[in-house]
Write a protein that binds this ligand. Structure first.
Ligand code: GRF
Length: 196
């Protein structure tokens, strides 16, 4: 049976698109399907992408934890995928979906993570620290920002002359390659109940 995935996104939604395209390309070999998109921002590109593809979507303000939980339950969601979701996931969701909520962070956690470390700021901090390597981390989500168990990491070089934008682009390209594949793997593990 296909794992029913809800994607939560606040921004442009390029990871959402990469995930939907990868699962579509896998066809009958895919382990999961995106059946719902939720955004805390009505104007998020992610909502437009869902609309274009006929995928049900909801705008749920970050403060409405109760509605978020009940919408996930109403849609019979098995797995929650954060893709550029900037709000904190409420405890009701992390406990009901323990081991079934994942996120991608644009750096090698535990470095350059935590409260306030998102978007451009992450890449600025990596450059300011003089790192030669950055990357991405896919991890389970618990109650602390960027804290849950790591599922996968992918290293990306920091090149001479990089600024936050060029580094962000290189990391984002890697996210588009890696995150959809990890989403499918975790969906397969959930389908086999192989997630703790
Ligand atoms: C990505 O860099 C991701 O790592 C971070 O937010 C960004 C989302 O971009 N959590 P998009 O909305 O998927 O284009």
């Amino acid at each position: 049976m296909l794992t029913r995935i809800a994607v939560l996104a606040s921004g442009a939604g390029s990871n959402l698109v990469a995930i939907m395209e990868h699962l579509a390309a896998l066809g009958s070999a895919r382990a999961g399907e995106v059946v719902l998109v939720i955004s805390d921002r009505a104007a998020a590109g992610a909502i437009a992408h869902a609309g274009e593809r006929g995928i049900p979507y909801e705008h749920i303000p970050a403060i409405d934890a109760e509605r978020l939980s009940s919408v996930l339950v109403d849609h019979d969601i098995d797995m929650v995928v954060l893709a550029g979701y900037l709000a904190r996931v409420p405890r009701t969701v992390t406990s009901r979906f323990a081991g079934r909520v994942i996120n991608v962070h644009p750096a090698l956690l535990p470095s350059f993570g935590g409260l306030g470390m998102y978007g451009r700021r992450v890449h600025e901090a990596v450059l300011a620290a003089g790192e030669r390597v950055s990357g991405l981390t896919v991890h389970f989500v618990d109650d602390e920002y960027d804290h849950g168990a790591v599922i996968a990491q992918w290293r990306v070089p920091v090149l001479a002359g990089d600024d936050a934008d060029t580094l962000a682009r290189r990391v984002l390209d890697a996210e588009h390659l890696v995150y959809p594949r990890v989403v499918d793997l975790v969906a397969a593990a959930i389908a086999r109940s192989a997630v703790p």
